[in-house]
Design a protein around this ligand. Structure first.
Ligand SMILES: Cc1cc2nc3c(=O)[nH]c(=O)nc-3n(C[C@H](O)[C@H](O)[C@H](O)COP(=O)(O)OP(=O)(O)OC[C@H]3O[C@@H](n4cnc5c(N)ncnc54)[C@H](O)[C@@H]3O)c2cc1C
Length: 326
């Protein structure tokens, strides 16, 4: 029995699905329904990241999207933004101790980068959207010019299914994508940490840290391929972090780690985003493989996805099309 119909059915209430829904809703052209398998939005990659808005990235195609998006997110219109800056060690000549007195190294200073309230951004994107929680898409079939989508809570009929399933996007959309585990560690409050310190990213030795909850948030920049949702913590990653800090930032000393978690960054083989119609099925659209830039780029990713869904002919010149990998 058919229970529900929507023009566009978005699978996943993470930042990719939410930003796409936000722009589709603003266009006013489609009815949109989001389905999310969990009880709440943002419980996977979107709720497990470092919340950095980093405009400058290595890949020029991604940079267009991160610049557009960061410029908008910095206005604070959708979520509060702390313009604390970023120093990228190893990429320039600025003395780090100028910004973080007990640390050492030289780097490139990005004054406009900073930390965003990710949960606030997600809620802003989702405001006014219809979201069905505890609803997992399991399959779909074509009936005439429509898709009949099976979920654990009945069938939904749509014209276009948007695969914004984060770490599950490869499995759901039959795409060669790889989720990679990354650990984050947070210390107890530390009275010598100035909460105005910038984000410090060591681009050569691969670790980063920034102020968090009175202490520090740190990451060893690990990337271990894993099954979607397999968040088992690996004790070796804490040792890796301790080694990197002892070698490169001994001034931070012995850090009292209070909590930690694992999140997944999902990549295509070429590390580019995957945004566009599936060349095998004109009813399926992917917004996936946002890697380590999904929060920063979200506003522009959602804008691009909504434009391509509204005008499929534009997909012919879209550099993020999944055509490149199929
Ligand atoms: C440790 C770490 C640090 C990071 N730091 C940053 C950073 O500082 N700045 C930055 O810009 N980015 C950062 N990222 C990257 C960023 O978090 C991701 O790019 C982004 O969150 C991906 O969002 P998403 O919506 O694609 O995936 P998700 O947030 O995982 O959302 C996918 C959703 O789809 C749902 N879903 C899956 N399958 C189904 C199904 N069959 N039916 C229904 N629902 C389904 C899931 O439950 C999930 O809620 C970091 C990531 C990690 C792990």
């Amino acid at each position: 029995m058919v229970e529900t119909r929507a023009d566009i059915l978005i699978v996943g209430a993470g930042i990719a699905g939410a930003a796409t829904a936000y722009h589709l809703q603003r266009s006013g052209r489609f009815s949109v329904l989001i389905v999310e398998k969990e009880e709440t939005a943002g419980g996977h990659s979107t709720g497990r990241n470092a919340a950095l808005i980093r405009e400058h990235v290595e890949n020029p195609r991604l940079q267009e999207l991160t610049t557009e998006s960061a410029e908008f997110l910095r206005t604070g219109e959708l979520a509060s933004y702390d313009r604390s800056g970023l120093i990228a060690l190893g990429l320039g000549d600025e003395d780090l101790s100028k910004y973080v007195p007990i640390c050492q190294g030289k780097g490139l200073w990005y004054p406009k980068d900073g930390v965003l309230d990710v949960s606030g951004l997600l809620q802003s994107y989702l405001a006014g959207q219809e979201v069905r929680y505890r609803t997992e898409v399991t399959a779909w079939r074509h009936v005439g010019r429509e898709l009949h989508v099976s979920t654990n809570r009945g069938e939904i009929v749509c014209d276009v299914l948007v695969n914004a399933a984060g770490p599950w996007a490869g499995r759901l959309g039959n795409l060669p994508l790889t989720p990679k585990n990354r650990h984050i560690f947070v210390t107890a409050p530390l009275d010598w940490v100035d909460q105005r310190w910038p984000f410090v990213w060591d681009a050569l030795n691969e670790y980063y840290f920034r102020p968090e909850s009175g202490g520090l948030l740190l990451c060893p920049c690990d990337e271990t391929p894993a099954e979607p949702g397999a968040y088992t913590e690996d004790p070796a990653r804490l040792e890796e972090l301790a080694d990197k800090i002892m070698t490169h930032q001994p001034g931070l000393g012995d850090l009292p780690i209070m909590r930690s978690w694992v999140g997944q960054r999902t990549f295509a083989q070429d590390d580019d985003f995957v945004i566009g119609f599936d060349p095998r099925d004109e009813h399926v659209f992917h917004v996936a493989a946002l890697g380590g830039h999904g929060i920063t780029a979200s506003y522009a990713v959602g804008r691009l996805a909504a434009e391509l869904i509204a005008d499929p002919a534009a997909d012919r010149t879209n550099p993020f099309s999944p055509k490149r990998m199929l």
